[in-house]
Every structure is written in C-alpha cells, then in structure tokens.
Write a protein that binds this ligand. Structure first.
Ligand SMILES: *Cc1c(COP(=O)(O)O)cnc(C)c1O
Ligand code: SF4
Length: 358
C-alpha cells in the first residue's frame, strides 16, 4: 500500500469538483477556476483546513486563483532571471541560483504540494513560462567544482516531493564533498503535507553526521498549523533536523498585528523557529498580496519586539538580485551625543546609557 502522503498527492485538489468537497465556491471563484490556464491546487489535507463559506479565508486565498492575478502594475518582467542572477557571466547549470560566495540555491524540482498564489517563482513553478532544466547530477557536478561553496540550499518547487531514494542520493552526494558544511532544505510540506514526514524520510534525514541538515518551511497564518504539523515537526527535531520558518508578508492574510503575533507565537508552540519574514516580492501578478515596503518592520515593532517572547522574532528581509536585505524597525535608537546613547522601548519609554568613545 502506498504511503498516506502519496495517496494525498493522488487526490490532489486541482479540479473544481474535488475542491467542492471542501468548500462552497463563490460564483467569482468558480468563474476564475473554470477559465484559468494557471496551475493551482493543494493536498486534500491542506484543503480541509479551508473555511467552507468564507472566500477571505487565509488558506483559500493562498490556494484559489483570483482575477487580480491578471492585473500587474508593479511586477517586474522576467523577474526570476533578474532575481536569480541568471543573466550573469558565470556559467552555471539552470539548477544553481547564486547571490553569495559561500552558498547557493539548488533547485531540484518544479513540483509543489501547493501552488501558492503569491509565489515569486510563479513564472517557473505555477505558470511554467520560464523553462529550465533541473538536472540534479549537473548541479552536483558544478557544486563539486566550487570549493568556496560551503552551504547548499536545496529548493524547488518542493524538494520533499522527491522520493526517499532521490533525497538519500542528493544528501549522500553532497556529503561526499569535503567543502560542504551544511545542507538546507526549503520545503512547504511540513505545513501542506505533514504526512510526508514518514519513518523512511526520518531515516534519510536522521542520524548524527558531520554535515547537518536544516529545514526552513513556509507558514503564513496560524490556521495552517495543526496537531499533525506539530507532530511532524517534533519527528524532524527528534532525528536531529532543525526547523525554521520563512513567512511571506501577505496583505489581508497576515499583515495585521494580532494575526502576525499569533503566527509567531504559534510557530514556537509547535517548535518552529521564526527565521525570515519576506516582503512580498515584485514578481508579476501578485500585486494584490503586496504591502508597503516597511510594513514588515512596523509589524515586528508593533506586534513582536518586546511585546512577546524574543524568540518569536523573525528578521524582515527584502529578497533582491543582490541578496536578502534586512529591513528592521530602527526606532529603538533615538540618537546619541558625546555623553549618552538614547534608547526607547516597545512602550515608548525612554532611557539612556553612557556613550563610550572608540
Ligand atoms: C535565500 C538564498 C540563499 C540563502 O540565504 P540565507 O540568508 O543564508 O538564508 C542563498 N542563495 C540564494 C540564491 C538565495 O535566494
Ligand atoms: S511551495 Fe514555494 S515554490 Fe511552491 S508555489 Fe508555494 S511558494 Fe512557490
């Protein structure tokens, strides 16, 4: 018998009929779904978390395409080519995206367990306009020839949709390279398909090894976390794999103080460490999800820093072609003179400490 996670993929919710088992579609939703060419859908497990009647449900909005995707005022053309430095001099296989000297992103698949409406890789993953070749052995050969790369971030698509054997091969090959110090996976499956965390997967990821494995998942709203997610995360941690979160700041989904705080507190309750909050990137067709640039920093100031557990604080970053740029709230430092450094806390109270000369 196939594993439950494979069963979930066979029942992938990507037709109107299947979706109707979970929700009552509005006429607008049904209109878009019956006319769209885009790839959409998710697992039955994740679909079951949708609100049956509310089209503004944060899970519904991440899964069901909207007419707003046709509007595009701010999205940049050929966004991924710009963002992933694909037009640069250095010869690299399609699977390798590079912005830094010591680490690369290694794309191993284009398939996902959810086709997020806000995906910045939409051209590739969702709409398929950008055609790239993800030959794993070519990527591995390139990495083998680049001893300055010490950290490989395996991404997609969703790399955990590869079979246990394929993952085992990737990890084994990377660990054979003496310059590789760590392997990271970016995967949404702990959120959209926690059933993927099987004993087989644990065997592939687990055990003590010189080269550790770190995971970052993507969870954008407290509703996305269930008892099943919590257990899956515990299983990953118990085999030695750390799990962080990279949320995307999404207008109308998680950009209010209460939801933003609840998201980060709940992540910690299920043992996920908040890592990044991404500004919703200027990729085409996702204007309706995008907030003002400084919103993430404001939310950290108003919802998290000082207001709750310090661990509940991700770094707010803007992902660009030259790397991730942190944009954090800076209103805590009021200024300084020769004598003092003037500081302010989350409640607006002020204090100072002596300013020490160089
Ligand atoms: C995000 C990213 C990384 C990893 O960045 P960290 O800040 O180290 O998490 C590496 N390479 C590329 C191309 C990326 O987009
Ligand atoms: S899981 Fe990641 S790559 Fe896949 S559609 Fe969502 S954001 Fe894009």
């Amino acid at each position: 018998m196939a594993d439950e996670w494979q069963e979930q993929l066979k029942q992938f919710v990507n037709t109107i009929d299947r979706l109707k088992n979970f929700i009552n579609l509005t006429p607008e939703e049904e209109g878009v779904l019956s006319s769209t060419q885009t790839t959409w859908g998710t697992t039955p497990y994740f679909a079951s978390l949708m609100d049956r009647d509310d089209p503004t449900c944060p899970i519904r909005r991440q899964v069901i395409p909207s007419t707003l995707e046709q509007q595009n005022c701010y999205g940049m053309d050929d966004y991924l080519v710009w963002k992933e430095n694909r037009a640069t001099e250095e010869a690299r296989p399609d699977s390798i995206a590079r912005q830094y000297t010591d680490r690369v992103a290694f794309t191993v698949t284009q398939t996902c367990g959810i086709y997020c409406r806000h995906c910045f890789r939409k051209e590739l993953v969702v709409d398929g306009d950008l055609k790239l070749d993800f030959n794993v052995d070519e990527g591995l050969a390139w990495i083998a020839e680049h001893p300055e790369v010490r950290d490989v971030l395996i991404t997609g698509g969703d790399p955990f949709l590869l079979s246990d054997d394929q993952l085992e091969y990737l990890i084994r090959k990377l660990r054979e390279l003496s310059h590789i110090e760590m392997i990271r996976f970016g995967t949404r499956l702990p959120i959209v398909l926690p059933q993927r965390i099987t004993s087989g997967l644990k065997k592939v990821l687990g055990e003590y090894h010189r080269v550790p494995i770190w995971i970052n998942t993507q969870c954008n709203h407290p509703k996305e976390m269930t008892e099943e997610t919590a257990k899956g995360i515990f299983e990953l941690l118990s085999c030695g794999v750390n799990v962080g979160n990279q949320a995307v700041l999404l207008k109308g989904i998680n950009d209010d103080v209460e939801t933003f705080r609840e998201l980060h507190q709940k992540l910690l309750r299920i043992r996920i460490r908040p890592y990044y909050v991404f500004y919703c990137e200027p990729a085409p067709g996702i204007d309706h999800f995008r907030t003002p640039v400084e919103k993430g920093a404001e939310l950290i100031r108003d919802a998290l820093r000082g207001h709750t557990t310090g661990l509940a604080q991700p770094m707010h970053v803007i992902a660009t072609n030259i790397g991730k740029i942190p944009l954090m709230p800076d209103h805590y430092i009021l200024g300084n003179d020769e004598q003092n450094y003037y500081l302010r806390n989350h409640k607006g109270e002020e204090t100072f400490i002596p300013n020490i000369p160089e």
